[in-house]
Design a protein around this ligand. Structure first.
Ligand SMILES: Nc1ncnc2c1ncn2[C@@H]1O[C@H](COP(=O)(O)OP(=O)(O)OP(=O)(O)O)[C@@H](O)[C@H]1O
Ligand SMILES: [Mg+2]
Length: 577
């Protein structure tokens, strides 16, 4: 069972605390069980005979036992809570680590909404169950069995009340739990649903507004919301039944004990003290059964949640570190050997037969129509995805054999869709190298043509950046991302269409400033404009995932049909403009 496996695996580290919980609970439960019989003794031997000294003595002992019970119970809960929270924390950490080590496709296979629910809500459920288990696992059975034993010691004649009320309670609660179980899976799935709709709408809010799709989106959310509400109401209805039914059984049992016990006291076969003790024991037993069933009620939901969490933890992340990490000299050479890449489930490969070499001090440009596979090709170098065929080598080593940290210091990618993190401009720029000085940041900003923009901000480098970088313009974001890469100072720079949001003049200035920075580095540039790639040492022409041309601008212009077409289309577009 997944839940058990997960709980066992994660509680192993805290065995000392768990032992403490067990021991403390044992003491506390014993004390609780001892109290009613002491009470009975006071009534039968002290009150009925008027022995005040005995009453004082036994009363004092009761107080002491009570004290022990309270202290141990509190301590047990303290340790239990600590352990459960620690298990939750570890689960969350491992889930986070797994998700961050997943490749893009693996994340897409799950989808972000469900990964978020699993990392928060589902783990919360498992953690709650761990807490309940630790709080009641020991006390409930002991209370149950001990209570029965003690009750029988007080009076065997009334024992049939135990044998009837406990199964009655079990049957009723068991029936309700069995009906709840399937509903819980639906609840979790519908929480995913709400998360998904909400996330998409928040991220796509501008598009929604631009196309005046609010009514449609509102309906979509309302539908997801209604679906969650429906199933939650069904869960609630069953829960509502639970409490009155349990209450009824408890009260019926009390009445029955008093009724039948009273007759036995009348007949002189039972003492009053025993009757009160019996009643207390029966209530303790029923309470324990109730607690047990509450736990049983959480179990179905926790099972579902544990399975969902485990599903993520079991993924073998494609971004995982190689088994052995070795020192690799940094040469800055990138090589593709007959590389093929296929998105999972896709019929055709997006890239095939890709072979080329990019060396330090040179700029390699990649051109091709949209959808020809340029972004995919760049993504293979920092191992965002893994090639499905052939080999991608950095510094003469397959990228899969390099540790992520090794790759990160060698390769830096400016993505096509620039992304900044919430924080400040400075914190974003230091993303690739935390110890960069302010001077280095300003230098990178100057090269990236972003210094003026930052200087205009009253807070300068400390200007706040919101999640995703949505509070700066697209072009500013792109230039900040270029600056971030420059601060990191990798051996290999990858620019994915990074100059497209810039006007022609800024583009030219940026490339001029960039040239000395990249003099010793390997640069691979994806670009749309021929003017951007003209000066490159080699140009790779990509068409539908294949390399259809390779050479300098002049060579390609002379002999390559696809390249000639691209050039022609841009010249004619310019003339029209
Ligand atoms: N996650 C994905 N799953 C399946 N197919 C994808 C995925 N991402 C991209 N593709 C497909 O792979 C092909 C290449 O995409 P890619 O993003 O590499 O093109 P590109 O050359 O960068 O285009 P552009 O110039 O528009 O940026 C396209 O046909 C695209 O539909
Ligand atoms: Mg692209």
């Amino acid at each position: 069972m997944t839940l058990l496996r997960v709980l066992l695996r994660y509680s192993r580290r805290y065995w000392a605390w768990i032992v403490a919980v067990f021991a403390l609970q044992l003491i506390s439960t014993m004390a609780a069980l001892y109290l009613p019989s002491l009470n009975a003794e006071i009534i039968d031997d002290g009150v009925s005979t008027g022995d005040t000294a005995l009453i004082w003595g036994l009363g004092g002992r009761m107080l002491l036992v009570c004290l022990v019970q309270v202290v141990t119970a509190v301590a047990a809960i303290w340790f239990g809570a600590r352990t459960a929270m620690a298990i939750g924390r570890d689960l969350r950490r491992d889930l986070f680590d797994t998700v961050t080590a997943m490749s893009e496709q693996q994340v897409r296979l799950f989808g972000s909404p469900t990964l978020i629910t699993r990392g928060t809500n589902d783990i919360q459920q498992v953690q709650m169950l761990a807490l309940m288990t630790l709080n009641f696992m020991v006390s409930t059975p002991i209370m149950c069995i001990g209570g029965i034993v003690m009750a029988l010691r007080e009076d065997v004649g009334l024992s049939w009340l135990v044998w009837t009320s406990v199964p009655l309670l079990l049957v009723i609660v068991g029936f309700l739990v069995a009906r709840l179980m399937p509903l819980f899976r639906t609840v979790q799935e519908r929480i995913d649903g709400i998360n998904g709709v909400l996330r998409e709408q928040i991220i796509g809010i501008r598009v929604v507004r631009a196309f005046v799709r609010e009514p449609h989106e509102t309906r979509r959310f309302a539908e997801a919301n209604r679906r969650l509400t429906d199933v939650s109401i069904r869960v609630g209805q069953l829960f509502v039944l639970m409490f009155p039914v349990i209450g009824m059984v408890l009260h019926l049992a009390t009445a029955a004990v008093l009724w039948f016990g009273g007759q036995r006291v009348d007949a002189g076969v039972m003492q009053v003290g025993s009757l009160t003790a019996f009643l207390q024991y029966l209530l303790q037993i029923l309470m324990a059964v109730m607690m047990g069933t509450f736990m049983a009620m959480m179990v179905p939901r926790a099972i579902v949640c544990a399975e969902r969490v485990d599903e993520v933890l079991r993924v073998d992340p494609e971004q995982a570190e190689p088994e052995t990490v070795r020192e690799v000299p940094r040469t800055g050479v990138v090589e593709f050997r007959d590389v093929e890449f296929r998105y999972p489930g896709a019929e055709r490969p997006v890239l095939s037969g890709i072979s080329f070499r990019a060396v330090p001090g040179q700029t390699t440009a990649i051109v091709g129509s949209t959808g020809s596979g340029k972004t995919t090709l760049l993504g293979l170098i920092p191992r965002l995805m893994q090639a499905s065929g052939g080999e991608v080598l950095v510094d003469g080593v397959p990228v899969a054999d390099l540790a992520r940290a090794q790759l990160a210091e060698r390769v830096s990618l400016v993505t096509q869709r620039p992304y900044l993190f919430s924080g400040t401009i400075a914190s974003n720029l230091r993303f690739g190298r935390e110890d960069a000085t302010d001077d280095e940041l300003w230098h990178a900003l100057t090269v990236a043509q972003a210094a003026d923009f930052v200087r205009e901000q009253p807070e300068g480098l400390e200007r706040r950046v919101s999640q995703g970088g949505t509070n700066v313009s697209g072009g500013q974001r792109q230039r900040l991302c270029i600056a971030r890469t420059l601060v990191a100072r990798p051996d290999i720079y990858l620019f994915d269409d990074s100059f497209s949001a810039l006007d022609v003049a800024t583009d030219a200035r940026l490339r001029k400033a960039l040239a000395p920075e990249l003099a010793d580095a390997t640069a691979i540039i994806v670009a749309q404009r021929i003017s951007t790639v003209m000066g490159a040492d080699q140009i790779i022409v990509l068409d539908d995932g294949h390399i259809v041309g390779q050479g300098t601008h002049d060579e390609l212009l002379a002999a390559n049909e696809t390249y000639q077409q691209i050039v022609a289309s841009q010249i004619s577009a310019q003339e029209e403009a």
